[in-house]
Design a protein around this ligand. Structure first.
Ligand code: ADP
Length: 450
């Protein structure tokens, strides 16, 4: 095992560079796509306009032909009525002119008859519509000044109040297609960008976590190496001194007793390290099942009582019977025994006193282990849960310990979905450790274990 994380900053940088290039390409595609879409809309508009122009030209040619037929008549002859002039009137005009005039708000073709008279041929407003229906069925006649956004070509006079425009449905289809494409491209672009940003963000978080875990691992390894070396060096010095006969018999006894203490410390440390490797870092699968927590606490308390008696510590317990919770008995046993062991170690009043309380509060199992011992400074209530952290006071230094117990205990509590916290009024004020496990209940009384 080389201890290096599988994914490093270098990889993240490469990933971000690739993501930026891909994003650049994608943004270019989005811009191009929108531009192409806009060009396509303009092209369709031009196409419609040229069709409208052709249609408008068709109307103008038909009208020209109709007027040409009149112009070809001998002078003085009253032109016959018919399409597009269904109505003709002979009117008095002092200076009659040939060509289009406006009469009663209607366009009419004026044809002089001589003698101060003229024929007015009124244009049928329906004629251009009929012609258009034959020559360009997809086109409509609309007001030339209408503002409904349709592309249009205004007819030449005298029909310049009208314009040729495509069928509104057809133009709408073109617009709907254009807008749908814009929405699709923008959505796709946003989605891609969001996916890229999220991927980079998630990778960054994973990398940070990996780094944090790596740092913890390194700290742990260096601390453990140091912790293992110290008692080993002690044992070595003691054995060498005794073997080389450098101490008198009484001194040798003391050296050997110290070596034994160091060996115990080493054994304790190795056991705790095994617990750490088993229960921390998320690698261990806990065998969590519904069980009798009261029974487990009682068992641990009974085991602690023997040690308490040897140290002159009183234990008082208030364990609610039949408390049911989901836990791994082996792992939780380690937590409870660590808390009890610490309370016994650090209790110091006259008499030294430890209390154990188990109850259900708001559906959670609450175990409190309190002592009247050396207490914990407010600033250390959290730091004591760090691996290898031991309070820097004379009593703690004299008390054997590894500084791992609370770290493992909290890891196990958290793996159960619970929490482990410490409370204390300060140095010399005793300490209370509180373990909370969610989802607790009570067994019916007849099922209580003995
Ligand atoms: P250890 O007790 O082996 O040193 P722990 O991880 O169990 O390691 O505890 C870490 C530190 O927390 C202890 O060294 C001690 O300083 C402090 N501590 C733990 N329990 C108590 C307690 N009951 N009262 C006062 N201090 C405590």
């Amino acid at each position: 095992m080389d201890g290096k994380p599988g994914f490093g900053l270098k990889h993240l940088v490469i990933f971000v560079v690739v993501a930026v290039i891909l994003n650049g390409q994608y943004t270019w595609w989005v811009v191009e796509s929108l531009r192409e879409n806009r060009d396509r809309l303009e092209l369709e508009r031009q196409l419609i306009l040229s069709q409208a122009e052709a249609a408008a030209l068709g109307v103008a040619i038909r009208l020209d032909k109709a007027t040409l037929r009149i112009l070809e008549l001998p002078s003085g002859v009253i032109p016959p009525t018919g399409d597009p002039f269904p109505e003709a009137r002979v009117v008095e005009r002092s200076e009659p002119q040939v060509g289009w005039v406006e009469d009663e708000g209607r366009p009419a073709f004026s044809w002089p008859l001589g003698g101060g008279r003229a024929t007015l041929l009124y244009l049928d407003p329906e004629s251009p519509r009929r012609w258009l229906a034959v020559t360009a069925p997809s086109m409509r006649l609309v007001e030339s000044s209408g503002g409904n956004g349709l592309p249009r070509v205004t007819l030449s006079p005298p029909l310049d109040r009208l314009a040729v425009a495509p069928d509104a449905g057809r133009w709408n289809d073109v617009l709907v297609r254009y807008r749908r494409h814009v929405v699709l491209v923008v959505l796709e672009g946003t989605f891609f960008l969001a996916a890229m940003v999220s991927a980079v963000f998630l990778l960054w978080i994973a990398l940070r976590r990996e780094g944090e875990r790596e740092r913890q691992h390194q700290n742990f390894v260096s601390a453990i190496t140091h912790e293992l070396k110290t008692p080993l060096a002690g044992i070595r010095v003691a054995l060498e001194t005794v073997l080389r006969g450098r101490a008198d018999p009484e001194g040798s006894q003391r050296f050997l007793a110290n070596a034994l203490t160091d060996a115990d410390r080493l054994g304790d440390l190795i056991e705790k390290v095994l617990e750490v490797t088993r229960y921390t870092g998320g690698g261990h699968r806990l065998n969590i099942a519904l069980g009798d927590l009261s029974q487990l606490v009682e068992e641990e308390e009974i085991a602690a009582e023997r040690r308490a008696a040897a140290r002159g510590v009183e234990i008082e317990s208030d364990i609610a019977p039949g408390v049911q919770a989901s836990f791994d008995p082996e792992a939780l046993g380690i937590v409870i025994s660590n808390l009890l062991e610490n309370a016994l170690k650090y209790a110091q009043g006259q008499p030294a006193h430890v209390s154990v309380r188990l109850a259900i509060e708001h559906g959670e199992a609450v175990l409190e282990v309190a002592d009247n011992g050396i207490g914990i400074a407010t600033g250390e209530l959290e730091t004591i849960f760090r691996p290898f952290y031991r309070a820097n006071d004379e009593i703690t230094r004299r008390t054997p310990g590894t500084g791992i117990g609370l770290f493992v205990a909290r890891e196990i509590a958290v793996a159960h979905g619970g929490r482990l916290t410490a409370a204390s009024g300060g140095r010399g004020q005793g300490a209370t450790f509180r373990l909370v496990l969610p989802g607790a209940g009570t067994l019916p009384e007849e099922d209580f274990s003995e």
